[in-house]
Design a protein around this ligand. Structure first.
Ligand code: CTP
Length: 403
């Protein structure tokens, strides 16, 4: 099935998570990518060559001794726009780090000049072994994007860090890396914190005061930062799937969010507050369900302002970004509100977007957004209507320029 889409090599190493790479392959082909699968011999013990061949529409080989007349061991890597290895085993990471080339995949890794993304999956002990840590550091120092494994159930009864991230999220991450083309991981070595979603302020065990923030923009910011090489912590109320390579801390209320964000912000290079933090919470949270009464008067108390607290304790060089979803009113435009808020909050950048009506492209829960990003230095960056992923990349461009 020849396509004009980006050429992606999907390397598959010999781990049980190879079965999840089948789903990744399907997602990448469905979104128009031209995929060549290069498994290792061990990978074929988990998933056979016919599966890879049928789903990619291309021949499958593990060896440099097949199709020698086509010099496949050089050409596959040279022609690729992206090489993604999922799963990458400890053995594959070690071979790649030290430039070994004893099969088609490791040869391909040496000839590729495009971005290379590796998604390791292995038992926690292997991931945390000093040899693996050193190999990952070496690969990252050369610009390879090594994605942190997810935490959860492993092959046996045990659980821990070492799972392959969700294939859908890996496919989205591949899309972000491809969208940046040959640009290197410019946030490599940086630690960033993103907050997302609307906080929930409980009235009783059943009910809460909330807002309509879906968390999509924050997830897009986290994904984009991973694609640019950052270590990313996402403090979120959202139930969206965890973005690949991101440490996700689930929170509920504004107070939970404050605790998690302030703790994680220590030593962070940048904090982006994309969350819609409730301004108020009920004075009292009942332990039992509140019974219906003729009228109900709720007393609310103001929540702490997390962004202001971040500004007050900001370490030298830390970049702080706020979001402001505004509607214009009377004589005051959305941007006037934004400028006023930037001055009031004291952050470095404020992403101001107009809340569109329901069904509007910039309305809540949509996948698109448009914004004007105001800088404390007086800069104004207009971001036209586009995906939340695209807006996320502009935010990181502005952050990277200030780091
Ligand atoms: N924010 C925060 N803590 C709060 C409220 C808001 O950290 N208690 C952050 C948001 O995450 C966002 C920015 O501040 O990055 C602006 O949020 P917004 O709700 O627009 O600001 P408010 O100060 O609450 O102003 P308004 O009076 O417009 O609600």
């Amino acid at each position: 099935m020849p396509t004009a889409g980006p050429r992606v090599v999907l390397g598959v190493a010999g781990g049980i998570a190879a079965y999840k790479a089948v789903e990744l392959l399907r997602l990448l082909t469905e979104t128009g990518h031209d995929i060549r699968v290069v498994p290792t011999e061990s990978a074929l013990k988990f998933v056979g060559a016919p599966t890879w061949a049928a789903l990619s529409g291309k021949p499958v080989s593990t060896s440099t001794w097949d199709d020698v007349h086509e010099v496949a061991h050089v050409r596959i890597g040279q022609d690729a726009d992206l090489v993604v290895v999922a799963p990458a085993t400890a053995n594959l990471l070690a071979k790649a780090a030290h430039g070994l080339a004893d099969d088609l995949l490791t040869n391909t890794l040496l000839t590729a000049r495009c971005p290379v993304l590796m998604a390791p999956a292995m038992h926690t002990e292997m991931w945390e072994h000093p040899a693996t840590i050193a190999n990952v550091a070496l690969l990252r120092s050369r610009g390879v994007l090594v994605v942190e494994p997810a935490v959860g159930r492993l092959t046996g009864a045990d659980s821990g860090k070492g799972r392959l991230p969700d294939p859908e999220e890996l496919a989205l991450l591949c899309g972000r890396v491809l969208a940046r083309g040959g640009l290197g991981p410019d946030l490599r070595g940086r630690r960033v914190v993103v907050s997302s979603g609307g906080t929930r302020e409980h009235l009783d065990p059943v009910r809460f005061l909330g807002n309509r923030s879906s968390g999509r923009q924050g997830h897009a910011l986290a994904r984009a930062a991973v694609a640019r090489g950052a270590e990313v912590v996402l403090v979120s109320t959202s139930s969206l799937p965890d973005p690949a390579g991101v440490k996700v801390l689930a929170v509920t209320s504004a107070l939970d969010m404050q605790d998690a964000v302030l703790a994680e912000s220590v030593g962070a290079d940048a904090v982006v507050m994309a969350a819609a933090v409730a301004d108020y919470r009920p004075t009292e949270r009942l332990d039992v369900k509140r019974k219906k009464t003729q009228t109900l008067t709720l007393e609310l108390v103001q929540n702490p302002d997390v962004l202001r607290a971040l500004v007050e304790r900001r370490a030298a060089g830390q970049v702080l970004v706020g979001f402001a979803a505004e509607t214009g009113d009377g004589d005051t435009s959305v941007l006037d509100h934004g400028r006023d808020k930037l001055a009031r909050k004291g952050c470095d950048l404020l992403v101001v977007n107009e809340v569109g009506p329901d069904g509007h492209p910039t309305g809540f829960e949509g996948s698109d957004n448009a914004a004007t990003i105001l800088g404390a230095d007086g800069s104004v960056t207009d971001v036209p209507l586009g995906s939340k992923d695209a807006l996320a990349d502009v935010v990181w461009d502005l952050v990277a320029a200030r780091l």
